[in-house]
Design a protein around this ligand. Structure first.
Ligand code: HGY
Ligand code: MN
Ligand code: MN
Ligand code: MN
Length: 412
């Protein structure tokens, strides 16, 4: 049965702008690190907004939040929709939260119309999608899918040594529900593209068919502190210079596998951190990505080889990769992809198929049920940046596609 229910663009936009206050930064961005006080506040807001919409809220052992709207058939597996509420340290108003509030707006629209779906609908906030405070990224959905170990995650320290599990308890979201126990008929996630393609092509909707693989590595470089003025260049054990070579190796490997490959080193520390002391210790967090799993493996192996070569030349300075995490490339379910495309076409939204460059919770959820994603453009493709922005009409179009996709999936 086709319906002509229409979401409320102003209500969606007002909710998006209102919730940007949780972690608002002076430059107009949002800092809502996972399990922080700001995360706690937005979670409390989310619970009250869901309860006001007649949803029942449950929390699992990873702090993943599930808000369920009953359907006519209570025994049917729910259709799930959602994303994440945590952000990068200098994040924007849309990354993650758009997918959660888009799902809420779709539910509010069903409520306004008194429309009863056959299946229940579950709106989800996945814990720690960003991985900025606690690696790896997408760990709420990763533990839910069983690919990331629960105990490992609980023991993971942040850079101040605060354990994930202790912080989850501190903010009151170490839920009782067994993580992974809950299953869904399907999952749909709305997200800004975080890249330039849709805007450049003037397209409103990205029909996401899958996502590229991600490889994260942590590194430690050990040299020796010494005086910057008196130590001859031939006697130095300069950890910073070895790190610099490792960083350029990451870039070189990405460029050698261009245009699909990308790589960066987003976080470094150099100790003891004094201009006139040769640094004896450095640490780095980096990543490589590629849509093809085999190529991603070859890139990771090439990095190992480059680091071995730097170590041979710079010994006794030594670079060691201390930890690695990988999420393979993902392909989304054709039925969900077609439902998203059909919903976009129904409203005459210009659209194109695409592969996600960014990781999303849908990557892991796709291991547990048929999953798909919807993208909308963002300004200059900028994200993980306080200037991140999207238009009200594009947010509304993406949310309308959520609603029509949910209704389509409810008929199967
Ligand atoms: O890193 C990612 O791709 C995601 O934005 N956390
Ligand atoms: Mn995101
Ligand atoms: Mn992000
Ligand atoms: Mn001195």
């Amino acid at each position: 049965m086709s319906t002509n229910l229409t979401i409320n663009p102003e209500r969606l936009w007002d909710t998006l702008m209102d919730t940007a206050r949780f972690g608002a930064t002076p430059k107009g961005g949002v800092k809502r690190l996972t399990l922080s006080d700001e995360d706690k506040l937005v979670r409390e807001w989310f619970t009250s907004a869901c309860e006001a919409a007649g949803l029942t809220v449950a929390v699992d052992q990873m702090g993943n939040m599930f808000a369920t709207r009953p359907g006519a058939n209570p025994d049917a597996l729910p259709i799930a929709v959602g994303s994440h509420l945590d952000t990068q340290p200098a994040g924007g108003k849309f990354d993650g939260i758009l997918g959660v509030l888009g799902g809420l707006e779709a539910i509010r629209t069903l409520n306004d119309a008194g429309y009863e779906t056959s299946r229940p609908i579950t709106l989800i906030n996945w814990t720690n999608e960003e991985g900025a405070r606690y690696a790896p990224a997408m760990s709420g959905s990763g533990v839910y899918s069983g690919e990331i170990g629960y105990d490992d995650m609980m023991a993971r320290p942040d850079r101040d040594g605060i354990r994930f599990g202790d912080e989850l308890k501190r903010i009151g979201y170490a839920g009782a529900e067994t993580v992974g126990a809950r299953r869904f008929a399907a999952f749909v996630e709305l997200h800004i593209e975080q890249g330039p393609i849709l805007e450049a092509e003037g397209k409103t909707i990205g029909v996401v068919e899958g996502g590229q693989g991600i490889y994260w590595f942590d590194g430690t470089v050990t040299g020796r502190d010494s005086h910057a003025g008196t130590t001859p260049m031939t006697h130095r054990r300069d950890a910073m210079m070895a790190l610099a070579e490792a960083a350029l190796a990451v870039e070189a490997i990405a460029l050698e596998n261009a245009p699909a490959a990308v790589g960066t080193m987003g976080e470094v520390a150099v100790l003891p951190g004094s201009r006139n002391t040769i640094p004896g210790l450095a640490t780095f967090l980096g990543e490589l990505r590629h849509p093809d799993g085999g190529t991603l493996t070859a890139m990771a192996e090439a990095l190992d080889a480059r680091i071995a070569e730097i170590n041979a030349r710079r010994s006794p300075v030594e670079i060691v990769l201390t930890r690695k995490w990988r999420k393979d490339p993902v392909a989304f379910d054709k039925r969900i992809v077609d439902a998203v495309r059909g919903a976009a076409e129904k409203h005459g939204y210009s659209n194109r198929p695409m592969i996600s460059g960014a990781g999303h919770d849908a990557y892991y959820v796709a291991d547990t049920c048929p999953t798909g994603m919807i993208f909308i453009p963002c300004w200059e493709g900028i994200s993980h940046n306080e200037e991140e922005s999207a238009t009200q009409s594009d947010c509304a179009a993406g949310t309308q596609v959520i609603l029509d996709t949910l209704l389509k999936l409810d008929q199967t």
